[in-house]
Design a protein around this ligand. Structure first.
Ligand code: ATP
Ligand code: MG
Length: 443
């Protein structure tokens, strides 16, 4: 067992504790598996990597599925059954699944059958993005929590993976809590250690370590996501080595090398996560701008000005726009799931034609209406913090929204969103939000 942990550790550094814990929980060949495990932590902290590596080393038959993909229970059950039974959909089997299954009873029965056929081998179901299960049918989450109990003699474990803590899952059904494994974010030293694994052969470890630390000193504040940092480290390395290749500097000339690359890093910093072009194109653009004066085209300037809005601010601005142009009485219709049927009368259509909100201009709205719309259009993992409020005032100081009335007003201040439709559509497109669908004038 120790040897196994060591092997995985060599492959995946800086996750010793989690690897150890998971290996102990799952136990050796033939051991009884725990009924469920809950793995959580931020994106890019190695949850998937570690879980799958441990399961593989322990020889547990694994089904790995993402809950985002399933639009019906049937698709989910069949995908899991296919993976556990080793059925691969292909031309030769006419793309038929292991079995047709669309309810919990059949699912449990078929799982037992597969377990039996596999000679009671140990099996695991890994559910990525398991927070999505909360939005599915009410029975699904309890089903997976109690799967081992329901399938009786089958040795099966369900591993939930999520970016949310388990508190957000708790419901009143009273089923047993899973064992929780937390993946904290990597420290700067950890990230250096991980990225050193991908060192090019040509250069010494000392040199590459220095380089990675330099890059992290710029990017670590903005993101702790390993894949993103790895991408930046790899992307900027050729530029860092350029003076050495040309014979203008030595490996130990760190200050020279740093000065050479610093402007490029700062520029790349603005585009963390927001790449509009592939790495290859980016490198070519980099080479082109070296020859020309930087910031040559006007379009680029305005675009990047928009890009620098943080993610939540974009949604706040969209919410502000909707609040300014939609009548408050229609909020129920646009932002509630079950708002009941709306009958369009001839008079309503006439009234709408008479007063297009786009022509009248934005109307003021109170802060709580803005926040209500904001929380309904954004993914549900945002907690209300002071940060959101300060972003509203940032939007005001950027003149994307205006505050109506003075500060000394007795009741809460009101705001207006003063950006044009084109602008808000560009912003909405960046965050993949179909704003037109939510607009009263266009619906
Ligand atoms: P998400 O919540 O977005 O699914 P995750 O926590 O599942 O993220 P992984 O997919 O496991 O993250 O890790 C992302 C990538 O980061 C891996 O493919 C791997 O390249 C790298 N990575 C993360 N942690 C380590 C590590 N300790 N050692 C080596 N590579 C790592
Ligand atoms: Mg993952």
């Amino acid at each position: 067992m120790k040897c196994l942990v060591k092997e995985i550790n060599e492959e995946i550094p800086c996750r010793n504790k989690q690897i150890q814990l998971l290996t102990n929980l799952l136990g050796k060949d033939g051991c009884q598996l725990p009924s469920s495990i809950f793995v959580y932590g931020h994106s890019g902290t190695g949850k998937t990597l570690v879980t799958l590596a441990v399961l593989k080393r322990l020889g547990i038959i694994t089904s790995h599925v993402s809950c985002i993909e399933f639009y019906t229970q049937r698709v989910m059950y069949q995908a899991i059954l296919n993976q556990l039974s080793g059925t691969v959909l292909s031309h030769s089997n006419d793309y038929t699944s292991y079995a047709s299954c669309d309810n919990i009873g059949d699912f449990v029965k078929l799982l037992r059958e597969i377990g039996h056929n596999n000679g009671n081998a140990r099996m695991a179901i890994v559910l990525e993005c398991s927070e999505r299960l909360r939005d599915c049918d009410a029975n699904i989450l309890p089903l997976f929590c109690r799967l081992q109990e329901l399938t009786q003699d089958t040795n099966i474990v369900v591993i939930f993976i999520s970016a949310l803590p388990f508190d957000k899952f708790r419901s009143s059904t009273g089923y047993m809590d899973p064992i929780i494994v937390y993946f904290p974010q990597y420290s700067k030293d950890d990230v250096v250690e991980i990225l050193l694994q991908h060192k090019p052969m040509k250069y010494s470890e000392e040199f590459y370590r220095n380089y990675v630390s330099l890059v992290l000193s710029v990017f670590y504040q903005a993101t702790k996501d390993v894949p993103e940092l790895k991408h930046q480290v790899e992307l900027n390395f050729p530029a860092y080595c350029e003076p050495i290749e040309k014979g203008l500097a030595e490996e130990c000339d760190i200050r020279h090398l740093w000065r050479n690359i610093e402007p490029q890093l700062r520029k790349a910093m603005n585009l963390v996560y927001l790449r509009e072009v592939s790495s290859g194109q980016y490198e070519r653009m980099q080479q082109l701008t070296e020859g020309h004066a930087p910031d040559s085209t006007h379009a680029n300037v305005t675009l990047s000005a928009k890009m620098e809005l943080p993610f939540y601010s974009k949604f706040l601005l969209i919410a502000g726009y909707l609040a300014s142009y939609n009548p408050a009485r229609t909020d129920r219709r646009f932002f509630m799931k079950h708002h009941g049927k709306q009958r369009k009368t001839q008079a309503m259509i006439k009234a709408k034609e008479r007063s297009s909100n786009q022509l009248v201009g934005p109307k003021p709205f109170p802060l709580d209406r803005l926040l209500a719309i904001f929380y309904s259009i954004i993914d549900d993992s945002v907690t209300p913090t002071a940060n959101i409020f300060s972003q509203v005032s940032t939007l005001v100081s950027l003149r994307l929204m205006t505050q109506v009335g003075g500060d000394d007003q007795l009741d809460a201040p009101k705001y207006k969103c003063v950006v044009p439709l084109d602008f808000i559509r560009t912003i909405a497109r960046m965050v993949d939000f179909d704003i037109i669908r939510y607009m009263y004038d266009y619906s």
